[in-house]
Design a protein around this ligand. Structure first.
Ligand SMILES: [Zn+2]
Length: 147
């Protein structure tokens, strides 16, 4: 799957977001090392702090379908999902909490994970790795050293 195809999967997933409060729809597509793809979207709640990000939604699916240790590449896109297509020209990157969650998958696999961050309309793209997005991260290595 090309980068653009994975981004399109994320953009499509965003259209299934439940975001009545922020009106900001985010989609995430995660590809495994074997080429399987799972998606997720943000799901808000009237109790705001209970909302779930698209990345964590997709990571949950990834764990169930192929395992966090098989995550190879992630695409994220966010914007206005009220139309037939996701729109907006600002690049959407994972929030701090999601960076921490993606780091967990990276540390499990021992691989850095590529993250494609796209605008809602797909016109703007930033390519990062989780190592760039959360340098000096706290993770499994820290806790395993305690045992
Ligand atoms: Zn997040």
């Amino acid at each position: 799957m090309t980068d653009q195809e994975l981004i399109e999967r994320a953009r499509d997933a965003a259209l299934r977001a439940y975001a009545p409060y922020s009106a900001f729809s985010v989609g995430c597509a995660i590809e495994s090392v074997d080429g399987e793809v799972v998606t997720g979207a943000n799901m808000e709640n009237a109790c705001y702090r209970l909302g779930v990000c698209a990345e964590q939604s997709a990571l949950t699916a990834a764990q169930h379908i192929f395992g966090l240790d098989k995550v190879a590449r992630i695409a994220v896109a966010g914007g206005d999902g009220s139309g037939a297509e996701l729109s907006g020209d600002v690049v959407c990157t994972p929030c701090g909490g999601c960076r921490q969650a993606i780091l967990e998958a990276a540390q499990l696999s021992g691989r850095d994970i590529a993250i494609l961050c796209a605008s809602g309309d797909g016109s703007a793209l930033e390519r990062h790795t989780i190592g760039e997005l959360i340098p000096f991260g706290f993770g499994t290595v820290n806790l395993l050293e305690i045992k």
